[in-house]
Design a protein around this ligand. Structure first.
Ligand code: SF4
Length: 344
């Protein structure tokens, strides 16, 4: 890709109304028309063939442009998982991932921050600390960079680097753009926000929307263990988290997913399974078991296949709905909890 535009001047981060406000003397429908073009993933104003040249000139003259980020590196795992390192306009680097399932459906796993402040001890991104929040345009652009490179994407998960609810406004605006029926038109049921459990953010999302699917990274169902691996639990202990999730469900009627990263010898006993079953009892919920993916600097052990099988069985015996995340992307460090970049 050629030269990138300034992050604050990328049309990828704007709604049709915001684009229209940049060209107040043009006919009202032009904002929508330009938005439609941008959200096709275009890289040049020349591709907007039905937009008058003088309007494109005005936008260009005022510094508006298309992509503010570009692909720095691409890695593809044997299982088809693709990971892109993306260079932002200020030189910072993030990662995002494209997962392809057995039916060929493609899911974009996108980042909301460079690094993360939440400090979950099993996650490589957590070791980076927070470098900065992403702008709306930088989030939307990840989707288009992945789609332009690998073809139609059917689902989006905010599960890459960062805690999406800690960058609420930009994430919210990016979903509104990607959900817009005239643009990408991604259904809200096909978008998932994965959070480490910021209860206030969950409540805010319940009130303000958009009502996407919610996944909670749980990892432990007793406060002591959870606080030791996920510091956020000190601010929002399990009881408060559960109450926020219930509020979200009341507003949206959606089933929630509890992500359970299985750490060998830490949270994989029968007792842990029973506690987890008790925690989600009477909730419309499903548990997604994610066997921990090793990260070089992290001091945990991946569970064995037998440990995973047994833990799944305990939950099933307790009547819990369970899915298992297969270890996609490990060959390129693109699996869950493995994203990390070197940023100065
Ligand atoms: S698991 Fe998520 S919230 Fe926790 S440190 Fe990693 S990126 Fe941040």
């Amino acid at each position: 890709m050629s030269k990138t535009t300034d992050t604050n001047k990328s049309l990828y981060g704007l709604s049709p109304q915001e684009i229209a406000s940049l060209i107040p003397h043009a006919k009202a429908f032009r904002g929508q028309q330009i938005f439609d073009w941008v959200q096709k993933g275009i890289e040049s104003f020349d591709q907007m063939v039905n937009i008058p040249k003088n309007l494109k000139d005005v936008l260009e003259f005022e510094g508006w442009g298309l992509f503010s980020s570009s692909i720095l590196e691409e890695q593809i795992d044997e299982d088809g998982t693709a990971k892109l390192a993306i260079r932002l306009h200020d030189g910072k680097v993030l990662e995002c991932v494209l997962l392809t399932d057995d039916k060929g459906r493609k899911t974009a796993c996108i980042s909301s921050q460079v690094g993360c402040a939440m400090g979950c001890t099993f996650c490589r991104t957590g070791t980076m600390g927070l470098i900065r929040n992403l702008k709306t345009a930088e989030i939307v652009e990840q989707f288009h960079l992945l789609q332009n490179r690998f073809g139609n994407i059917s689902h989006i998960v905010y599960m890459g680097m960062g805690e999406p609810l800690a960058n609420f406004k930009a994430v919210q605006a990016s979903i509104e753009i990607l959900h817009n029926p005239r643009g990408v038109n991604m259904g809200l049921r096909k978008i998932t926000i994965s959070t480490c459990g910021i209860a206030d953010g969950i409540r805010k999302l319940a009130v303000e929307g958009p009502h996407v699917k919610l996944a909670i990274s749980l990892v432990a169902s007793d406060n002591e263990l959870r606080s030791s691996v996920m510091p956020i639990n000190n601010a929002y202990p399990l009881e408060e988290l559960k109450s926020a999730v219930k509020d979200y469900q009341e507003q949206t009627g959606r089933r929630v997913t509890f992500e359970y990263v299985l750490l060998g010898g830490v949270n994989d006993s029968r007792r842990d399974a029973n506690r987890l079953s008790d925690y989600i009892r009477h909730m419309n919920a499903i548990v997604n078991i994610i066997p921990w993916n090793p990260g070089a600097e992290l001091d945990f052990k991946a569970p064995s296949g037998e440990d995973v099988r047994k833990f799944t069985e305990y939950l099933t015996q307790n009547g819990v709905l369970v899915t298992r995340r297969y270890r996609r992307g490990r060959g390129v460090n693109g699996a869950c909890g493995q994203l990390a970049t070197k940023n100065k």
